[in-house]
Design a protein around this ligand. Sequence first.
Ligand SMILES: [Fe+2]
Ligand SMILES: [Fe+2]
Length: 340
Amino acid sequence: MNQLVARSVIRGLITASNCSRHMSSSPAVAAATTILRRFDEAAVVRDQGLGFGYGGGARWGRMMSTAVEAAAETPGQKASGAVDEKKEKEKKEGGELMVSSYWGISRPKITREDGTAWPWNCFMPWQTYQADLSIDLSKHHVPKTFLDKVAYRTVKLLRIPTDIFFQRRYGCRAMMLETVAAVPGMVGGMLLHLRSLRKFEHSGGWVKALLEEAENERMHLMTMAELVKPKWYERLLVLTVQGVFFNAFFVLYVLSPKLAHRIVGYLEEEAIHSYTEYLKDIDSGAIENVPAPAIAIDYWRLPKDATLKDVITVIRADEAHHRDVNHFASVSAIAYFSCL
Ligand SMILES: [Fe+2]
Ligand SMILES: [Fe+2]
């Protein structure tokens, strides 16, 4: 996405440079430039009003204007010199430099609502997530059809080794399971994306919904990884499980997306159960209710004094949402899901 943004900015720079070259000779053009600048400043003010938005499009716009001015003054070396100066300034300020860039275009500075620097590269303020805490946690899809029963039994069977391996170590358990939970959304989203391309058909919004689910699950993992440091053998287990699960789920989704979504629906029901047990252990004092990781506070927009209990509560609500989405996908939206 950063590359896409960078490319569009470069395109803008090239266009703007050409424009400024043509425009600089005419007074009318000078007036137009002023108007453009005013528009740019207005955009900055507007986005400042929106809080999180500042630093997004407006910031890019402002950077583009600055670059164009520099290019117009002294084409060539001066422009790159200005970029180098900016980099040096950022270094001195201890700011984070963009790892990769096109011709020195660096990442815009993004801030929180309170004006402090946005520290995350993996998600932006406009990608934060609002958990629905009013969601019904006790809903259960009673297996009726043959496929439902297969899905239900499969999940119950998979739970046995998980219970034996982790027992009540819910931190480890959650972290390891999230490495698996983020796979189905990506596989389903990818296959439906390809289907949409292949058949020249709309996806009914499912590609986006499933990819968002995968991203949300990955953020669960990023949060849990702050709380629990995986040991070497757990990392090895993740490698093995991911290799097996990704391929198995891929094949299953191609053969029967209905069954695949039903299995995920039941997996999410199990996840709700696991997180409920986790919360019980926090309440009983068996697990310390430590402060919430910073990444979780920003991602779910939790209060600054949020604790582990708050984090597990929102994660559990997310799982309930995934449960509903996947059971719904299995029952209602089958028209979009045939991969063949
Ligand atoms: Fe999750
Ligand atoms: Fe989930």
